[in-house]
Design a protein around this ligand. Structure first.
Ligand code: PMP
Length: 362
């Protein structure tokens, strides 16, 4: 069987070149006579990959020098806890903007360890199909940070520009759109992301943190939960997810090879337009519940008029080799995830499948 057209929301498709290189190196990596999974994380070979991965991310994502890049484990979900544990001392507060399932998880987790303030929520009957307007967001001026999620993977919304937090540093979960577009770093105190959508396989979590926040972080935490310890040890306090970091290195090399962030951003815009154009041309057949100005260029979500038709859409797509497009179990419908690695040709195949599906079922 050949490779399918894979539109899973994460873990998701990886660039073919990265997979092929890894395949070729599985028994003998760099003449070591072993794979990257079998060598010490203290070896010069692994340390070189680790350091280059960090350097590549800094370069490709234009991360300024006053930020440190950490490569951690535990997924984005561990950051829901580490952020308030590290950044909030007794009596400190933080604000949370809740726009989806994961930002709500971040908020609920923080509430267990610190005093947090709900600055806004767009929840309606358990669903989140829009982002709040600036005047709906009430950030406590005394907040150490304001947390938000740049792209809501389940619902398919994405901040096109970030709210003004009045000087309070933004802490942002970019798990599902990191390195997909250019970012003005100035409002951000911390950005984090699980790798398994745009950066590589699951098993490595990127934390980009402003150096002054590392210095101010709490010193009374267990070492494994401490940004300061991880920063001082270059994220090699304990054994890292070596294979995931090695794969992330290959994915970043691929990003560099196709022209870097500028090329990636333009390509992502073109791919999203291919699908949203079909939705907009046939709004009574493909129903978009997401507010237009908040549409995600990573996760394109829509419904069909009945659940039966949605099931047929998924099974007809599968017959054409298109998989992973069933909406999240909590919302149903369809979700086509088009992360960095998806090429335009495959997205065009989905767009033309959608058009043909209307012809036969509309
Ligand atoms: N935040 C967002 C935006 C996500 O999409 C996800 C997972 N899909 C998470 C957080 C949770 O990430 P993890 O599974 O790496 O803990």
């Amino acid at each position: 069987m050949g490779r399918v057209l894979n539109f899973y929301a994460g873990p998701s498709e990886l660039p073919l070149s990265a997979l092929e290189e890894a395949k070729g190196e599985l028994l003998d990596w760099q003449g070591t006579g072993m794979s990257v999974m079998e060598i010490s994380h203290r070896s010069k070979e692994f340390e070189a990959v680790h350091n280059e991965t960090i350097a590549l991310l800094k370069k490709l994502f234009f991360i300024p020098d006053n930020y440190t890049v950490l490569l951690l484990q535990g997924g984005a979900s561990l950051q829901f806890a580490m952020i308030p544990m590290n950044l909030l001392a007794a009596g400190n507060a933080a604000s949370y903007v809740v726009t989806g399932r994961f930002s709500n998880n971040a908020y609920k987790t923080a509430k267990k360890v610190a005093e947090v303030h709900l600055a806004a929520t767009t929840e309606e009957e358990g669903k989140y199909f829009r982002l709040p307007k600036q005047d709906e967001i009430d950030i406590l001026g005394s907040s150490v940070y304001c947390h938000l999620t740049s792209n809501n993977t389940i619902f398919g919304t994405q901040w096109k520009s970030f709210p003004d937090a009045g000087g309070v540093p933004l802490v942002c979960d970019m798990s599902s759109d990191i390195l997909s577009r250019k970012v003005d770093w100035s409002p951000f105190g911390l950005v984090y992301a699980g790798a398994q959508k745009n950066l590589g396989p699951a098993g490595v979590t990127v934390v980009v943190i402003r150096k002054d926040l590392v210095e101010k972080s709490r010193g009374d935490l267990p070492d494994i939960l401490s940004y300061k310890v991880m920063a001082d040890k270059n994220s090699l306090y304990n054994t890292p997810g070596c294979f995931s970091i090695y794969m992330m290195h290959k994915v970043l090399k691929w990003v560099e090879g196709i022209g870097g962030l500028d090329a990636v951003e333009k390509r992502n815009e073109r791919k999203a337009a291919l699908l949203y154009d079909v939705i907009d041309e046939t709004p009574t057949f493909f129903l978009s519940r997401v507010e237009k100005e908040s549409r995600s260029s990573m996760n394109v979500t829509f419904n069909l008029t009945t659940e039966e038709l949605e099931a047929k859409f998924v099974s007809d797509a599968k017959a054409e080799g298109i998989i992973g497009i069933k909406g999240h179990r909590s919302v149903g419908g369809i979700r086509v995830s088009i992360y960095n690695s998806h090429d335009e040709k495959d997205t065009e195949t989905v767009a033309s499948f959608m058009k043909r599906f209307i012809e036969t079922n509309g």
